[in-house]
Design a protein around this ligand. Sequence first.
Ligand code: NI
Length: 137
Amino acid sequence: MEEKKGVERFSISVEPDLVSEFDSIVERLKLNRSKAIQQAMRLFLSEHYWSEIKGESAGAIVVVFDHSIRLAEDELTELQHSFREVINSVLHIHIDERNCLEIIAVRGKAGKVKELTEALEKSKGVKQIRYTIVAIE
Ligand code: NI
């Protein structure tokens, strides 16, 4: 690693397909690789920081699931009941005949919220999960 004018240079190894996909978005956004990598690193830090803390956190979890899969909705409801200490509210949207989207508002111990995100990831019928959680110490 070489230090230069308050910035640090480092090299990384990346699959060529990922690099070309990355570069095309970087070009479209009129950024450069360094700026884009810095944004990605900040996003990575904000996505992981909250789950490392011991204190309180709050945010929203968005889950897309297929309710036509047997017991998927039951499992999700049961899971949410067992995490009621950190779930403040849930908004359910019927996307189409099969798919539903739920926005789960959470507030509580970061460790417990992390447990919930992990359990949702493993839950039956869940296709996608995204979350924005912040530390609120
Ligand atoms: Ni629905």
